[in-house]
Write a protein that binds this ligand. Structure first.
Ligand code: UN1
Length: 495
């Protein structure tokens, strides 16, 4: 019996009382990654109790001291970057260079939020009355329930965890069932660095058992969720019934516009990187290429030539370009979209197959796939596929391109390749997404700017940057009257 990976509750590693377990296997090889305790609502309740108790002292622990703790966590993450990256590739498949980037994003976020320990600025303002002082301060809310996806196993948890901690909230963390080991590694580092008991609690298990129990728990006022729009809307609905504050990061159908004046080599690099990096399993992935008709043919030829030469394989091999997708279920759902695209009449320009040759047969590999002559109303041009599939939609003008970018239900990221500054500014003004790139692909967000999307991608909140602080705190406006008499606002200041 291999070691059992456990929950972390109130500063102790403990097994779920359920006695049940689940396994995770390497999506490239089928090898066992680990066996994990499978939790229930009772474990969530224990974690919430521990977090509630810890909140009493954590909120009073000076924020600069919380920042110093985060600083040591960031340093420790940096020291362990290589081993964390390797374990990430084994657990969810992304190629090692990208896994390093994922860990780096967590390092960056942790350092960045450590600095917020000495900021978290409020306002001081004059009062309308004499001998009275006004200010506003940020207050933590209490227990934060964080539900994270498998595609960025360190970066996305860090986006949620670090701003929550620096502002004085405590945490119940439920990672995706495909990446429990990376969550354990993250929490082990927090423990090594001396996070007080109960401040961060980890509960392993599925959405229907653990996720729902967090969302429904009366003592969890804050919920952060990254995942599909269908699940996220369910989280928000359940949260609304209890008047919780819920931050959602959900689907995308991100487009790259390639104008007739674009540098095509650059556009090809940007499209391939953002369409096929992480095997297309990024919320920010480029899954539409909106190409000006005058460059469409050449662009597609170059994309096809390059995509056909991409090496599939185990992401630990540095020469591999595209790793496996995360699971058999994802593989089948991606491949089903290839069938849908063909039925809809799009031209399959390259790829389209599940890759089974040699060692690839042991894992979940899908060829990088490009559809050409996609119409804007086709499902492959509108629905999130979350795999290495992108669709080229021809257009005749920038206005038409922008309309197509904006007409899908999602609004996470978009990009335009152009050498014309007027085109770039029109795109910046008229594209309604949370993130926009000029002369770069649709991925590559940096942690000190707001991250999130419009419409069905989000619900108005942003992660990362100082914007994250707004989600994790309530404003308190404080009025200190030192006049020694009753002074009535709006009334006694008329004299
Ligand atoms: C995601 O796809 O869920 O900008 C996050 C990027 C990365 C984060 C992506 N820094 O693509």
């Amino acid at each position: 019996m291999p070691d059992l990976f456990k929950n972390y509750i109130g500063g102790r590693w403990i097994e779920s009382a359920s006695g049940e377990t689940f396994e995770r296997r390497n999506p490239a090889t089928g090898e066992l990654i680990g066996t994990f305790t499978k939790s229930t609502a009772a474990d969530v309740d224990a974690a919430v109790q521990a977090a509630t108790k810890a909140f009493k002292s954590w909120r009073l622990y000076p924020a600069p001291k919380r920042g110093e703790l985060l600083y040591t966590v960031a340093q420790r993450l940096a020291e362990k970057k290589e081993s964390l990256a390797r374990e990430m590739t084994e657990e969810m498949g992304k190629v090692i260079s990208e896994a390093r980037g994922d860990v780096q994003e967590a390092i960056d976020m942790t350092f960045y939020m450590a600095g917020e320990g000495r900021r978290q600025y409020g306002q001081t303002t004059p009062s309308e009355l004499q001998n009275k002082f006004n200010m506003s301060v940020r207050k933590p809310l209490g227990v934060f329930g964080m539900i994270t996806p498998w595609n960025f196993p360190m970066a996305i948890p860090s986006w949620k965890m670090m701003p929550a901690l620096i502002t004085g909230n405590t945490i119940v963390f439920k990672p995706a069932t495909f990446t429990p080991r990376m969550a354990i590694r993250f929490v082990e580092i927090l423990e090594e660095c001396g996070i007080p008991e109960g401040v961060v609690n980890l509960v392993l298990g599925g959405g229907s058992d653990v996720g729902n129990a967090i969302v429904e728990h009366a003592d969890v006022p804050l919920i952060g969720f990254t995942g599909s729009t269908a699940t996220g809307v369910g989280v928000a609905t359940a949260g609304a019934r209890r008047n919780k504050r819920v931050s959602l990061e959900m689907g995308g159908k991100n487009a790259v516009i390639v104008m007739d004046d674009a540098k095509l080599d650059l556009a090809v690099d940007g499209i391939l990187w953002s369409a096929f990096g992480t095997s297309g399993q990024r919320c920010t992935a480029c899954s539409r290429v909106i190409a000006h008709r005058s460059v469409q043919r050449e662009l597609v030829e170059r994309l096809v030539a390059r995509a056909g030469g991409m090496r599939l394989g185990n992401g630990l091999d540095e020469s591999v370009d595209v790793g496996p997708v995360v699971s058999q279920g994802q593989l089948e759902s991606i491949n089903a979209y290839v069938g849908i695209g063909q039925q809809e009449g799009a031209r399959l320009a390259t790829g389209g197959q599940i890759a089974r040759e040699g060692a690839l047969g042991q894992g979940f590999f899908h060829q990088p796939t490009i559809f050409d002559n996609v119409r804007r109303d086709m499902r492959i041009g509108r629905e999130e596929i979350f795999g290495p599939v992108t669709s080229v939609i021809p257009v005749d003008s920038l206005d038409e391109a922008i309309d197509i970018v904006n007409e899908v239900q999602y609004g996470l990221s978009a990009s335009i390749f152009t050498q014309d500054i007027n085109n770039a500014y029109r795109a910046m003004r008229d594209i309604f997404t949370g993130i926009l790139y000029v002369n770069a692909g649709t991925t590559g967000a940096e942690i000190h700017l707001p991250f999130g999307g419009t419409k069905a991608t989000g619900n108005g909140h942003r992660e990362a940057g100082t914007a994250a602080l707004d989600f994790f705190t309530e404003w308190q406006s404080i009025y200190v009257d030192f006049s020694g008499k009753l002074q009535r606002a709006q009334i006694d200041n008329q004299e």
